[in-house]
Design a protein around this ligand. Structure first.
Ligand code: ADE
Length: 227
């Protein structure tokens, strides 16, 4: 079974997304074990303090190194981690290829700090992969951790059911945008489902989907300046 550890100062923010829908099912099926660690549980001083003022001044507080070191050193003494992921806007931009690579491992750890938020010695000592999920700034690494976990876990064999997998043919991931989907009613307000999908003509449906996919993929490349 794959194992994913997340270290967070706000672990409550992870509970609902990790225990809903497909991620919940993957854990129930014993395909993945996801363990959330509360940073505060590793603060051993009297006041259980996890943050402090930055050296050299500046606004805000930083997460102290010791609770991270305590937690991470305990975890790496217990098992070998394939990747210790550190979310940061300065990291490698996350994509399907990274998700594929992460999905084929045994043990992952994600250090969910806060932007301008963690004493840099934590990254320096432990991070094997510095990851950004896009060119914008979040308040913390928790949403990054969830994006990575969701994209990784759905790739593990047995997580998606056959019907879900069919929608997610490997070709349909990453750099190919799929044709749109419709269900009943065939007509709603003034909006009609494309006629070909109602025809029952398998070959024509297949051709239509391929054509739509081509158009959407070209459009996607254009609006993202990829050509
Ligand atoms: N921390 C803050 N913003 C981030 C981003 N876009 N990606 C990864 N980590 C972050």
């Amino acid at each position: 079974m794959m194992r994913i550890d997340i270290i967070s100062a706000v672990p409550d923010s992870l509970v609902s997304p990790l225990n809903t829908s497909i991620l919940k099912r993957a854990q129930e099926r014993k395909i993945v074990e996801i363990v959330v660690h509360n940073l505060r549980d590793y603060a051993y001083d009297k006041h259980k303090q996890i943050d402090d003022k930055p050296f050299g001044g500046g606004p805000g507080m930083l997460l102290k190194p010791e609770p991270f070191f305590e937690c991470i050193e305990k975890l790496i003494s217990e098992r070998k981690y394939d990747h210790i992921i550190f979310p940061t806007p300065g990291g490698k931009i996350y994509d399907q290829k990274l998700a594929n690579n992460f999905s084929m491992t045994e043990n992952l750890m994600i250090i969910a700090g806060h932007y301008k938020g963690v004493d840099d010695r934590v990254r320096e000592r432990f991070a094997t992969d510095e990851i950004s999920i896009g060119r914008y700034v979040l308040t913390g690494g928790e949403i990054v951790a969830l994006a990575i976990i969701d994209s990784v876990v759905r790739l593990i064999p047995g997580v998606l059911n056959d019907s879900e997998s069919a929608l997610n043919d490997s070709l349909m991931d990453g750099d190919i945008i799929e044709a749109p989907y419709y269900t009943r009613p065939a007509e709603y307000k003034d909006l009609k489902v494309p006629e070909v999908l109602l025809s029952g003509h398998e070959k024509k449906v297949k051709e239509w989907k391929e054509e739509q996919s081509k158009i959407l993929t070209e459009h996607w490349k254009k609006i993202n300046s990829m050509e």
